[in-house]
Ligand binder design. Structure first.
Ligand code: ACM
Length: 683
């Protein structure tokens, strides 16, 4: 009996805790959601006298973070702060206490506590990084009523679930200027991400100035590369935000750019090496049988490693199909001579040589999961990107790597360039229910979202990264049981708008592109269409990789559209509510959408057409006609056979993708039509 009572008490505490966490996440726009948060009745009113102080003489990264915090707080609240800098000899209303300045590595302690009372706010952490993570939480806590802005009384105790929470940006397929990278680093820091993986070379360009091998940037970058000073500046900028920078030099495959500069390193002599303009996987590959290849990589890495102080160094290693290796007799002879049976064995030989070079330079070698072959030492770090049942053995490469004893990082499931919904990524847990020992679990460092840039430019890259990456950042930081999608979506809306205030262009650039398309005419008709259209998904936009090339336009209608189109989910939900109810629930809501779409074509036809917007006419007209008929049907509760046929024809037309978008209300339109057919068809 006693045991039952104890069980019931514990169960009650547990459910209470879950319930209160759920309620709290409705109230506070924190993202990532903290480990523990408790409310109290306090309210810290923000006024112009608010001050900040830091306990230590060596303030590490906290001083800049504190100034940045006050700047953003005054912007957010409109309050003219008296003191924008940390106080030097007095305790401020916000007081930060930390123990040490972090070395910024995978052992970094980012935990913190934050306590808000009526008159003071205390932040405590082991490292300066913990303190700057706390300042981001505090800023996200800002609330207001009519009279004032305030911080609500809470106690937060927080620490990340994973030590590696990254974003990879590919600057080879499309070069991204330093300013673009800096604003993305700001956004990363605001959601507590801590690794920027810089994919610096690929078939389409080598993007770093090399003084040792200058032909790399001179011949293989189209003039679009980072000087070494710019690299140092960016690494310092990231460091200041508590973000590590991992460079990637992708070898031995993806080597068209390197071989354009230094064809003597190639696996096929009679090949015309040029910087690649298309997308895909290409044959040019470094020659692993030549000493000069290792001399080149040794010298290049020796030049590059001082620019990137992090312990980890990514060598790519992905998607080498070995075509040019197979076609080269000397390479085949080399394989025999060294007892290397397969191309995988040869690549492992190459990788092990690279690991020795990097170890001498004080670096840990990291590579995409193809490098995980039977002979690859477990000192390498495996970056899992392929799904289940691929590669030479079955199962997730992340879990396999962890079981074998490799440190590992997950990107499978977080390929944001696949244009899948935020829900898709958020519900992918890095570990899931895998049965791993504590030691095996400790090998899983965390995850990275990957922004491959075949189809993005500086104008669109933010809208392909954000806001979805903020939700993925929560997946990497917060406890596994923080997984309520609806609640995440609510908070994300708010976070997205704050990201824009931080300088990200993911929201506003839709209109910038549409204004460009219309040559600065009224864009409302196109905005309406963009809210129900999403860019084609899972690489179906650029079939065979040849439709779009490096210098193709990326300011078309599909580029203005984003994943998780604004009107799709509310309309889809309204339709489900409507067809599942006998009381016409949601009819008004549905009609309000249908009427907007029905009238939209009137606005569209007033636009002076040009070749960029003309292809949208069919979409606009068909949507308008279909919506008009559905709207009439719902209002009059009557549907003729002829109108049913026209509606079905319209839906069919809308179903085949054109202008590289898919219309994401089609399922709802089909359901609605079926409902109307069942209930309103005139006999
Ligand atoms: C990759 O996506 N090829 C790592």
């Amino acid at each position: 009996m006693k045991q039952t009572i104890l069980f019931l008490l514990l169960f009650n505490c547990f459910t209470e805790n879950i319930r209160s966490q759920n309620m709290l996440s409705e109230t506070y726009n924190l993202m990532p959601w903290p480990q523990k948060i408790k409310e109290n009745t306090a309210k810290f009113i923000i006024n112009s006298n608010i001050t900040i102080s830091i306990n230590k003489q060596n303030k590490g990264r906290v001083r800049n973070a504190a100034i940045n915090f006050l700047r953003r707080l005054s912007d957010r609240t409109g309050i003219f702060l008296e003191e924008g800098f940390p106080l030097s000899n007095k305790k401020g209303a916000i007081h930060i206490t930390f123990d040490e300045v972090s070395k910024l590595n995978v052992k970094n302690d980012e935990s913190y506590t934050l306590n808000v009372s009526d008159t003071s706010i205390n932040i405590k952490s082991k490292t300066d990084i913990g303190a700057i993570r706390a300042l981001e939480s505090l800023l996200q806590l800002t609330q207001h009523d009519e009279a004032s802005y305030f911080f609500p009384g809470v106690t937060i105790s927080d620490a990340p679930r994973f030590v590696w929470r990254g974003l990879m940006i590919d600057v080879s397929r499309h070069f991204q200027p330093i300013g673009v990278l800096k604003r993305n680093l700001d956004a990363m820091a605001s959601v507590k991400m801590n690794v920027f993986h810089w994919h610096l070379c690929d078939d389409q360009g080598f993007r770093v100035e090399s003084k040792v091998y200058p032909k790399l940037h001179e011949l293989a970058s189209d003039g679009l590369y980072y000087t070494q000073e710019q690299i140092k500046d960016l690494v310092a900028y990231a460091n200041n935000l508590g973000i590590r920078v991992i460079p990637e030099f992708d070898v031995p495959g993806h080597a068209s750019a390197i071989l354009t500069a230094y064809p003597e390193l190639s696996s096929k002599d009679d090949f015309n090496y040029t910087v690649e303009r298309n997308s895909g996987v290409f044959a040019p590959t470094l020659n692993p049988s030549k000493d000069i290849t290792y001399k080149f990589l040794g010298n290049l890495f020796a030049e590059m490693t001082p620019l990137f102080p992090d312990d980890y160094f990514h060598i790519g290693g992905d998607e080498n199909e070995g075509k040019h290796w197979n076609e080269n007799k000397d390479i085949q002879a080399f394989k025999k001579q060294h007892g290397l049976e397969t191309n995988h064995d040869l690549q492992t030989y190459f990788n092990i040589k690279l690991e020795k070079i990097l170890n001498k330079l004080g670096k840990k070698l990291m590579g995409w999961d193809e490098i995980m072959t039977p002979n690859m030492p477990t000192t390498a770090v495996i970056h899992s990107w392929r799904g289940e049942n691929e590669g030479f053995e079955k199962g997730s490469t992340l879990i396999n790597a962890a079981k074998k004893g490799y440190q590992t990082v997950l990107s499978n499931g977080y390929y944001i360039d696949r244009m899948l919904s935020v829900e898709h990524h958020y519900t992918k847990d890095p570990i899931g229910d895998a049965d791993l020992s504590t030691k095996e679990l400790s090998h899983i460092l965390g995850g990275e979202t990957t922004m491959w840039s075949e189809l993005v430019t500086s104008q669109t890259i933010d809208s392909r990264i954000w806001p979805r990456t903020a939700a993925i950042a929560e997946r990497f930081w917060s406890p596994q049981n923080v997984n309520n999608v609806d609640n995440m979506k609510k908070r994300l809306k708010n976070i997205s708008f704050h990201l824009e205030a931080l300088g990200l262009t993911h929201i506003k650039n839709r209109d910038v592109i549409l204004r460009g398309m219309t040559n600065n005419q009224e864009i409302t008709a196109l905005v309406t269409l963009s809210k129900i259209c999403e860019p084609l998904k899972v690489y179906s936009r650029n079939k065979n990789g040849t439709e779009y090339k490096t210098f193709s336009p990326f300011n078309l209608f599909a580029d203005a559209c984003v994943v998780d189109a604004e009107d799709a989910s509310p309309f889809n939900e309204a339709v489900i509510g409507f067809i599942n109810s006998t009381k016409n629930t949601n009819a008004t809501h549905i009609l309000s959408y249908l009427n907007v779409w029905s009238r939209n074509h009137d606005a569209f036809i007033t636009l002076t057409k040009n070749p960029k917007i003309k292809p949208l006419e069919k979409l606009s007209k068909t949507l308008s006609e279909t919506s008009f008929l559905l709207s009439n049907t719902i209002r009059n509760k009557e549907l003729s056979k002829e109108n049913l046929d026209t509606i079905n024809e319209g839906i069919k037309t809308l179903s085949s993708p054109f202008v590289d978008v898919e219309i994401v209300i089609l399922d709802a339109l089909k359901k609605l039509t079926n409902h109307c057919k069942t209930n309103y068809l005139t006999k």
